[in-house]
Design a protein around this ligand. Structure first.
Ligand code: C5P
Length: 375
């Protein structure tokens, strides 16, 4: 078992949870603003953003994984079949090129062996699902208010529970089913009040300018519902793969990013060839500061999610989720003049109460569902 690491003297699991709560809220706010603050014809490509996200996340995971490889430990040698590191044997020949570059090369070789392990294909399923989910998030962010998106997105707890029952044969006690019922009810209340205003223009400062962006809450609702389905399935599947082997989390993350590249590239290629004569030309058109901010926050979130999956649990993840709802709500009121309606308050309070009820300690904690919800 991994020992609990600390950051600035605080347990990493708490740091990662608070960070995830702030990241969750920030991502939805920045993503929403980046999409609705310009006319649809002037906005950046969501598919390019998703591809960039995977490229950056994969590169960072490679660097972290490389830094974690300890060349003094035993590992199967691909050439000789020996399990010992030759340079560490007493009296063994240490080549003059045993320098930093040589170590990087050796580490890379070992990492490549781990990444391209026979079971790496298992990551293809969550990888494809996460690419779909990350694209759907942009559709949702373009068509829903920040607070409505955030609250509706809590349905992923419901889908995660459903897939855990189906795939992991997880048993969920009565209080958790009740919480899931209230979660759906709360989301429904928020959604009904949001639907009554559809379709409408963005309430960002750009609203008064020529950059009016029409929002279609029904599209947003379908996108967020589908994203919840992929989130639940991908989370549970990722958990199954992670628990089914001893592989390092960062190696799994690299595998996830590698398998994401193809599905992320296809829509980019498709859009670029239909818009211009040269493939991949103009894929970063309209990629301004807000688009970059969205991608960087998404990359950061993916990495923090990985840490949360590893070091946190169901109860604490619930606090992070609730916290991000409150942060998004307060930010929406402040930044986007989000109207505080009684229906929104009742719906959000129901979702918060359901989240708290679901995350109450019970006998089933620290079991598959606990980890899968943390994903
Ligand atoms: O909303 P949810 O918690 O399902 O979002 C998970 C996000 O974290 C997705 O954007 C996914 O691409 C990312 N992720 C990741 N690495 C993991 C697991 C999830 O980058 N190991």
């Amino acid at each position: 078992a991994d020992k609990q690491p600390t950051l600035w003297g605080m347990p990493l699991k708490y740091v990662s949870l608070v960070t995830l709560a702030v990241q969750n809220a920030l991502l939805i706010i920045i993503m929403h603003y980046s999409r609705v603050s310009t006319a649809p014809s002037k906005t950046y490509s969501a598919a390019s953003a998703v591809l960039l996200n995977e490229l950056l996340k994969g590169s960072i995971s490679v660097m972290i994984a490389l830094s974690r490889i300890d060349l003094t430990t035993n590992a199967p040698d691909i050439d000789s079949g020996n399990t010992a590191d030759k340079s560490k044997r007493p009296g063994s020949f240490r080549p003059s090129w045993d320098n930093a570059a040589f170590r990087v090369w050796k580490k890379s070789r070992r990492l490549a062996r781990e990444v391209f392990s026979p079971d790496c294909w298992k990551l293809s399923i969550p990888a494809i699902l996460y690419v779909i989910q990350n694209n759907l998030q942009f559709v949702a962010a373009s068509n829903l208010d920040v607070a409505t998106f955030q609250v509706t997105y809590q349905m992923k707890i419901l889908t995660t529970a459903g897939f855990s029952v189906l795939l992991l044969r997880k048993r969920i006690d009565a209080s958790k089913w009740l919480a899931l019922f209230f979660l759906a009810l709360g989301v429904g209340i928020v959604q009904i009040q949001s639907g009554h205003t559809a379709p409408r223009a963005s309430s960002t400062p750009a609203h008064s300018s020529e950059h009016t962006h029409s929002m279609h809450p029904l599209h947003g609702f379908f996108a967020v519902t589908a994203a919840c389905l992929t989130s639940g399935l991908a989370g549970v599947y990722f958990e199954m793969v992670l628990k089914g082997s001893q592989a390092d989390l960062w190696v799994r993350n690299i595998q996830l990013s590698l398998f994401s590249l193809l599905p992320a590239l296809v829509p980019v290629l498709f859009a670029s060839t239909s818009n211009s004569r040269w493939p991949l030309s103009g894929i970063f058109n309209n990629f301004g500061g807000w688009a970059w901010a969205t991608v960087l926050i998404q990359v950061f979130g993916g990495l923090v999610t990985a840490v949360v999956i590893k070091y946190s649990d169901n109860i604490l993840k619930g606090f992070a989720t609730s916290l991000s709802i409150i942060i998004s709500f307060l930010a929406s009121v402040e930044l986007f003049d989000f109207p505080i309606t009684p229906a929104f308050i009742v719906g959000s309070a129901t979702v918060l109460a359901a989240t708290a009820l679901y995350n109450r300690p019970s006998q089933s904690d620290h079991t598959p569902i606990a980890k899968s919800v943390a994903s």
